[in-house]
Ligand binder design. Structure first.
Ligand code: BGC
Length: 408
């Protein structure tokens, strides 16, 4: 009898243990990304040692492959328990308006997040009077990273304008150094750089207007951006098509390339590699502008382990979670009440800039435009890298915008 009871109990324990899972879907596999995610898991596992975390990552920067896998799963009725999604249009247009998510407003109120997260961030996760995902960070897209030793060796100053950039690039090229590290393997990286060039020629207001119809895509400043970008492409490593964003960063670590333009996940990468010799300034002509995006996680309808997700989201939104994650990730916390002293120098500077710079939404990372527009935009710019034809490309950009209801 006792034996039978024990067997039943054991079976129950095993069933409970098996049932207690949490699947977290993201594309965080690169240096800095994986370390940041692990910090969140560590905190969660300490609080809930009985829950098995399934780290469902699909490699590929900016979600190049993950987003397609996610779509298949969501449409097939097999949602991960929670998934990485950019705050802004990507979250709202792709998943919220279509009815795939549960609102999280109660959680925001009970956890006090509405009091510690900036209005700008709360706005882009809101729809129909509800909050829909928990932002874990704020990333900056428009940063120019450089190898300090190379710059010192040749007496160069980090460029602030396009003219200075080309001047420095020419000097580096003459020394046999790759001026601008570039990786286009995943298809989004060129659009990322081009986004910063658009900001450089249009300014904050002009760039924002591209996604709202206030700035026309036929604008001569778009032409200028394409011309500048075509010129930049003369200074990149010839093997860029075989490199991912982090493999491009590796050229800087190895001292083969001097600069690259990438989001501040690059800081996370450099730190994860133990490389301390990196400097940063803004992408050329981006003075005073913060090109922003935010990674967030939500609760899809039909999540198999709903309670575990809610517990995980609490960790994501907590002070401890945001500090531990962002120190490794290169981003800054979405919460404003964190201990700044804990952060590396780069993030300290980004925190200051966030408060004083003008904020614009990143298009490549889901904040500015619906996903379909982003996909078309990135494909046209990827093509431009192979065939930098300014006229044809601008025409294509104009017709994509027209498809999305923008005036010509
Ligand atoms: C994400 C970052 C990530 C980067 C490269 C961006 O879209 O927001 O968290 O590190 O892609 O994978």
């Amino acid at each position: 009898m006792v034996k039978r009871l024990l067997v039943v109990l054991l079976a129950l324990v095993v069933t409970l243990a098996v049932a207690s899972k949490l699947e977290v879907f993201s594309w965080w596999t690169a240096g800095g990304e994986a370390e940041g995610l692990q910090e969140l898991f560590n905190i969660y596992s300490k609080l809930y040692p009985g829950v098995e975390i399934i780290n469902a990552t699909v490699a590929g920067g900016a979600g190049a492959q993950a987003k397609a896998v996610l779509k298949t799963r969501m449409l097939g009725g097999d949602p991960p328990d929670t998934f990485q999604v950019h705050a802004g249009r990507e979250l709202i247009d792709t998943w919220v308006k279509t009815g795939f998510m549960e609102p999280l407003t109660e959680l925001f109120i009970s956890e006090g997040w509405t009091k510690v997260m900036p209005k700008g961030i709360l706005d882009i996760i809101s729809y129909n009077g509800e909050y829909w995902s928990v932002p874990v960070n704020i990333h900056r897209a428009n940063v120019l990273w450089y190898n300090k030793t190379i710059f010192e060796k040749y007496g160069l100053k980090p460029p602030k304008t396009f003219d200075e950039f080309f001047d420095v690039a020419e000097k580096l090229k003459a020394k046999g150094i790759i001026p601008l590290a570039f990786g286009t393997k995943d298809g989004w990286e060129a659009a990322h750089v081009f986004e910063t060039v658009l900001i450089g020629t249009l300014g904050a207001e002009g760039y924002r207007g591209l996604w709202t119809g206030k700035t026309k895509w036929s604008d001569p400043r778009v032409t200028q951006a394409l011309e500048i970008f075509a010129k930049m492409l003369k200074y990149v490593n010839p093997d860029h098509a075989a490199r991912t964003w982090d493999e491009a960063c590796a050229l800087i670590v190895e001292g083969k390339a001097a600069m690259n333009i990438m989001g501040d996940w690059a800081a996370g990468y450099f730190m994860a590699k133990g490389f301390e010799d990196f400097g940063w300034t803004l992408a050329p002509n981006n003075e005073g502008i913060f090109d922003a995006l935010s990674d967030s996680f939500g609760l899809p309808k039909g999540a198999k382990n709903r309670e575990n997700v809610i517990a995980f989201l609490k960790v994501l939104g907590s002070k401890e979670g945001q500090e531990a994650f962002n120190i490794k990730k290169g981003s800054i916390p979405a919460r404003t009440d964190v201990n700044k002293d804990l952060f590396p120098a780069y993030q300290k500077s980004a925190m200051e800039d966030w408060l004083k710079h003008e904020i614009v939404p990143s298009v490549m990372h889901g904040a500015a435009a619906p996903e379909s527009w982003v996909t078309e935009f990135k494909d046209v710019i990827a093509l431009f890298v192979a065939r930098p034809d300014v006229k044809t490309t601008q025409k294509a950009l104009i017709s994509i915008a027209r498809l999305h209801g923008m005036p010509e």
